[in-house]
Design a protein around this ligand. Sequence first.
Ligand SMILES: NC(=O)c1ccc[n+]([C@@H]2O[C@H](COP(=O)([O-])OP(=O)(O)OC[C@H]3O[C@@H](n4cnc5c(N)ncnc54)[C@H](OP(=O)(O)O)[C@@H]3O)[C@@H](O)[C@H]2O)c1
Length: 271
Amino acid sequence: MANTNLTSVFNNKLIWITGASSGIGEQLCYDLSKMGARLILSARRTDELERVRNACQSPETHTVLPLDMLNEADVINAADKVANELGTVDYLFNNAGITQRSLINETDADIYRKVMELNYFSQVTITRKVLPGMLARGSGHIVTTSSIAGLIGIPYRSAYCSSKHAIIGFMDSLRSEVHDKGLRVTTLCPGFVRTNIIDTARREGTAQEKVEDTVIKNGMAVDEAVAEVLEAVANEKEQVIIAKGKEGMGPIIKRLFPSVIYKMVRKMALT
Ligand SMILES: NC(=O)c1ccc[n+]([C@@H]2O[C@H](COP(=O)([O-])OP(=O)(O)OC[C@H]3O[C@@H](n4cnc5c(N)ncnc54)[C@H](OP(=O)(O)O)[C@@H]3O)[C@@H](O)[C@H]2O)c1
């Protein structure tokens, strides 16, 4: 379906977006609000969430719901609040995430746990919380931002790649269990997108200060990436790669010619 009328798909839908204070989540808010969706914006920084909400179309129709997804109780309480006060969401965008930049032998064990906690466990928790309502209603769509790094392991990002691989496995299992019950599951695998992801990681202590990341600086524009995301979600794609050129070909090269991709990633540098 090439010319999906996105507005007719998302208009008046209740959509919960995590990681809404920046980057891909922020852009999702702008685009979906223009299509008439009612949004729930979550992340930790309330002031940034308010800034995004106020920049959305019809701000008064959207709800800011701050939460720290590294805190399981916070996620559970937020999901209960959504269910009790706003109802069952139509779409959950599991988008909050953190990256990591350091060699394995220079990475502390607690960084592995932190990245896995946010990029995997918190998403399992929030998804399991919205699931009963969606199953009872017989509809709902879970959208998760994994990454091409969830399909191919690359240097300097061992914690990040592991977490993004793990969430793809969980979402594949979920899709197979809920499809016949009317639910849809889309996994997004973007390549490099120009966001604040590396600054966020520095702030969180999961990226070494000295590491430069020009691949992010040269990545896809966030509005372009989100346009592809919404097209894929509206068309109920199971998994979508959002990247251009050689980067976008990576997963298919890995499947057909694995030793070629391993050689390519060995040569990847962070400059
Ligand atoms: N940029 C890329 O190249 C790229 C490529 C592939 C996949 N992705 C994925 O896309 C998603 C969005 O990343 P982005 O590029 O838009 O980066 P970003 O600009 O750094 O956004 C990350 C979002 O996650 C939120 N977040 C971080 N820690 C959190 C926590 N403990 N609890 C709740 N929210 C938290 C941040 O908000 P607060 O700090 O306010 O909490 C922010 O809204 C991530 O899952 C990322 O892995 C990005």
